[in-house]
Ligand binder design. Structure first.
Ligand code: NAD
Length: 321
């Protein structure tokens, strides 16, 4: 299994398994099957609402002796509603209890968006809306306040490494001014329609490993009826990608994932199908020619799908805490 050395000293598997939109009724089984297929990294989050079931899949695999806890790399994320400094540790502990774990390998700030606290007894996961319907209520917590609380999770042994997700360059530079512990990873939307070369260069320069999510681009966002996701050619059918798949004797999905891993990024594809689990894992140890990597990068359209405003209306009521 190819790994990436993090600035925290730990090795992170370069290919992992994403848990977004893995339904509760199949999540435990999916995680268990993915471990059997060879996955060691699981990318979870409070917001995915399936951490209990993901933990059950892990527990089963450990109980059956397929894997040991220390061979796994479990990633989770702090949701927006828990950015206030005093909310970070309690929610991280709840998430660990949900997973049935004593520590995370990596815990990320999911979005640089601070929302007002919603008690887990009221609604969990809280989602974007304060009332679960149409009100967006902001918190005044700064990223510095949240990051300081994230650092204390490392000091208390609740997570080995901490990182960020959906951050852009200016905010990363700001965070690096006060960070006692630098972010180990930056998780971003990254596929040939959204390449973000400058952001990746910045992260590399600062020693922050980059994890690419939604590697198949629009495919993951069709179900949200996003017009720009259905209007563009699906990446798995795009002719540059399909002709390279033919050339290398691989699947289009593997070309997309290898394009990322060969450039040093980690990937976390998600699938419920066992044959795809296997092929998505086989995306290191063989190479694309540089000219072919460049051809894929040239598909860039700066087209972002995972935009917060795609999940709520700008007409929603915004209030400050
Ligand atoms: P993805 O690009 O991994 O998968 C999209 C769809 O592609 C899946 O629903 C699956 O049906 C299909 N697919 C997977 N493998 C395939 C194959 N080999 N052939 C054909 N189809 C295939 O999408 P994703 O779930 O958006 O992203 C992956 C993971 O990244 C998520 O599960 C989550 O863990 C993480 N993520 C993080 C954020 C964030 O804000 N940090 C946002 C989105 C996703």
């Amino acid at each position: 299994m190819a790994t990436i050395k993090l600035n925290s000293g730990y090795d992170m598997p370069q290919v992992g398994f994403g848990l977004w939109k893995v339904d509760n009724n199949v999540c435990a089984d999916t995680v268990y099957k993915a471990i059997k297929a060879g996955y060691r990294l699981f990318d979870g989050a409070c917001d995915y609402g399936n951490e209990v079931e993901a933990g059950q899949g892990v527990a089963r695999a450990i109980k059956e002796g397929i894997v040991k806890r220390e061979e796994l790399f479990i990633v989770s994320k702090l949701w927006n509603s828990f950015h206030d400094g005093d909310r970070v540790e309690p929610i991280a502990k709840k998430q660990l209890a949900d997973w049935g774990l004593e520590y995370f390998d990596l815990y990320l700030i999911h979005f640089p968006v601070a929302l007002a606290y919603v008690d887990p007894s009221v609604r969990y996961p809280p989602g974007w809306h304060y009332d679960g319907k149409s009100t967006i209520k902001r918190s005044n917590a700064s990223i510095q306040e949240t990051w300081t609380a994230m650092e204390s999770l490392v000091e208390k042994g609740l997570t080995k490494s901490i990182g960020i997700s959906n951050f852009q360059g200016q905010l990363i530079y700001d965070l690096l001014r006060y960070a006692k512990i630098r972010p180990a990873t930056l998780q971003i939307e990254h596929h040939p329609y959204l390449v973000q070369p400058e952001l990746i260069k910045l992260a590399k320069h600062e020693g922050i490993a980059v994890t690419a999510y939604s590697s198949f681009g629009p495919l993951s966002f069709l179900e949200f009826n996003m017009a720009h996701a259905s209007a563009i050619t699906p990446l798995l059918e795009e002719t540059t990608i399909t002709s390279l798949a033919q050339k290398y004797g691989k699947k289009p999905s593997q070309i997309l994932l290898r394009w990322a891993t060969q450039r040093g990024l980690a990937v976390i594809p998600k699938t419920l199908r066992e044959e795809n689990m296997k092929s998505n894992l086989d995306v290191t140890g063989w190479d694309l020619k540089q000219e072919d990597i460049d051809r894929i990068s040239a598909l860039d359209r700066n087209l972002r799908f995972n935009q917060p405003t795609n999940y709520f209306s700008t007409d929603d009521l915004w209030i400050f805490a």
